[in-house]
Design a protein around this ligand. Structure first.
Ligand SMILES: [Zn+2]
Length: 406
C-alpha cells in the first residue's frame, strides 16, 4: 500500500498561525484552542482538552490494531529581545527557503506536520493514530506526565516531534537540579564571633561536588552522566551580613533509571564523607529543587526539577521499522541514521517512566533551537511530511507482527 499524502501548504499555514500566537509555558491556552480547531477541521475524533490543557485527538484505525501516538508540545521558550532577531519572532515569516520565528522548529512546525500526517491516515491505518500536544514541556513536562498518568490505555508506541534533522532518535539523558543547603546563624559582619557562618563549610561541600563529577556512570549510546555545580546562592543577600543559608545548585545530566532517591543518596554520601561531623550550630539539607506553576486551565502544581532520560534499543523493532520507512535524508540507499538526542524531551515520561517504546522524527537542526535564529528548512519540512504517514504505518506494522509472534 502506498503511503497517503498530506498537503504541505496546509500544514505550513497551520504552523504560521501557531507561531503568531506566543505560547510560553503556562500560557498555552490560545495555541491549544487553535490546535483543537485544526483537529476538528481535519476530522479528528474524540478531540478534547484535558485538565492541565493538553490537546488530544484520534484518527481511528481498525479496531484492535496497534495504537501509535504522535506527540509535540504547545509551549515555546521566551523570544528575548525581538530587535536581535533577523525575522520577527512571532510573525511566521517565510523567506530564503525557511520558516522563521519562535517555535518554527521547536516545535510548531513539526507539530503541524504530525497533525496533518495523522489526518492523511484517515481510513488507512491498521490501528488508532492518537495525536497529543502537551503543555509545559519546556519546564519539565508536566503535560506529558499528567497525560500518561491519566490515560486508561497506553499507546503501543510514541513518536515525538522534537528536531532530529531527519534521523530517528531513540533517547537522551535526563536532567535533575539538586540543592545542597548549608544552614548557620546569621549575624552582623562586624561581630563574626556571634554568628555561625555557613560559608565556612562551602569548601568541603564543593570538594564533595568535585568528587561526584569524577565518579559518573556511562552508557555506550548516551555517553556519561555529568554533574556540575552551577550556582552558589546566599541568604540574606547583603554584603555586610553573615548569611544563615548557602545553597549550592547541581545540574545533573542523568542516565535512564536515575531516580530522585538514587541521586539524593549519592550527594548525601559524598558530602557526608567530607563533613563526617557537622559542627555545632550548623545544618545540612540535600534536596531536589522544586518549581510551582499554574496551568492555563487553572491547575496549580509543584514538581521537582527532574526530567527523566530514556533509551530505546537501536535494535528495537519500532526504531528499525521507522529508520527503514524514512530512509536516508541525503537520498542514499539505506535506512535513516539512528541516534540519541542531545537534549531532553517528553520521551523521558512516555518511555523512561511508562515504558512505552518511543522514538523521535522531525525536521530541524538542534543548533537552532531556543536561539534568535530559530528556523525550519522548508525543503526538509516537506520531505518529513511526505515520510511521516509511511513511518506511522511501518511502526504499526512492526508492532502488529511483533504481537503476532508472541
Ligand atoms: Zn521542544
Amino acid at each position: 500500500m502506498s503511503a497517503p499524502v498530506a498537503s504541505f501548504e496546509a500544514a505550513l499555514e497551520f504552523a504560521r498561525d501557531l507561531i503568531r500566537i506566543p505560547s510560553l509555558s503556562g500560557n498555552e491556552g490560545e495555541a491549544a484552542e487553535c490546535v483543537r480547531e485544526e483537529f476538528v477541521r481535519l476530522g479528528f475524533e474524540d478531540t478534547r482538552i484535558d485538565e492541565v490543557g493538553n490537546v488530544v485527538g484520534v484518527i481511528p484505525g481498525q479496531a484492535g490494531g496497534p495504537r501509535v501516538m504522535l506527540c509535540s508540545h504547545l509551549d515555546v521558550v521566551a523570544a528575548g529581545d525581538a530587535e536581535t532577531w533577523e525575522y520577527p519572532p512571532f510573525a511566521g515569516a517565510v523567506a530564503e527557503g525557511y520558516l522563521h520565528g519562535r517555535g518554527a522548529m521547536d516545535i510548531k512546525g513539526p507539530l503541524a506536520i504530525q497533525t496533518h500526517a495523522a489526518a492523511a491516515l484517515r481510513g488507512r491505518a491498521p490501528g488508532d493514530v492518537i495525536v497529543a500536544h502537551t503543555v509545559f514541556e519546556e519546564r519539565g513536562g508536566l503535560g506529558a506526565q499528567y497525560l500518561f498518568e491519566s490515560l486508561e490505555v497506553l499507546p503501543d508506541a510514541v513518536v515525538i516531534g522534537e528536531a532530529t534533522h531527519g534521523d530517528i532518535c531513540i533517547g537522551h539523558r535526563g536532567r535533575a537540579e539538586v540543592e545542597i543547603v548549608i544552614r548557620g546563624i546569621a549575624g552582623h559582619a562586624s561581630a563574626p564571633s556571634r554568628a555561625q557562618n555557613p560559608l565556612s563549610l562551602l569548601p568541603a561541600v564543593l570538594e564533595a561536588c568535585r568528587e561526584l563529577t569524577g565518579d559518573q556512570p556511562s552508557d555506550p549510546h548516551l555517553g556519561p552522566a555529568t554533574v556540575a555545580p552551577t550556582s552558589v546562592e546566599v541568604l540574606p543577600e547583603t554584603r555586610n551580613v553573615i548569611p544563615d543559608q548557602v545553597t549550592v545548585v547541581l545540574d545533573w545530566r542523568t542516565l535512564p533509571g536515575a531516580t530522585e532517591q538514587v541521586l539524593l543518596d549519592r550527594v548525601r554520601r559524598a558530602v557526608g564523607q567530607r563533613l563526617t561531623e557537622l559542627p555545632e550550630g550548623y545544618g545540612l539539607d540535600v534536596r531536589m529543587a522544586r518549581e510551582r506553576h499554574n496551568t492555563y486551565t487553572g491547575v496549580e502544581r509543584e514538581w521537582p526539577m527532574l526530567s527523566p532520560g530514556f533509551l530505546l534499543s537501536p535494535e528495537h523493532a519500532v526504531a528499525r521499522a521507522a529508520a527503514e520507512a524514512v530512509g536516508s535524508r541525503d537520498g542514499n540507499d539505506g535506512p535513516a541514521t539512528i541516534r540519541p538526542w542531545m537534549f531532553a524531551t517528553d520521551g523521558g515520561w512516555t518511555c523512561g517512566v511508562h515504558g512505552v517504546p518511543t522514538i523521535g522524527f522531525a525536521p530541524g537542526e538542534e543548533r537552532h533551537a531556543h536561539t534568535n535564529r530559530e528556523r525550519l528548512s522548508l525543503g526538509e519540512a516537506r520531505w518529513s511530511l511526505e515520510r511521516y504517514p509511511g513511518l506511522v504505518l511501518a511502526v504499526q506494522s512492526a508492532l502488529g507482527s511483533a504481537a503476532g509472534n508472541e
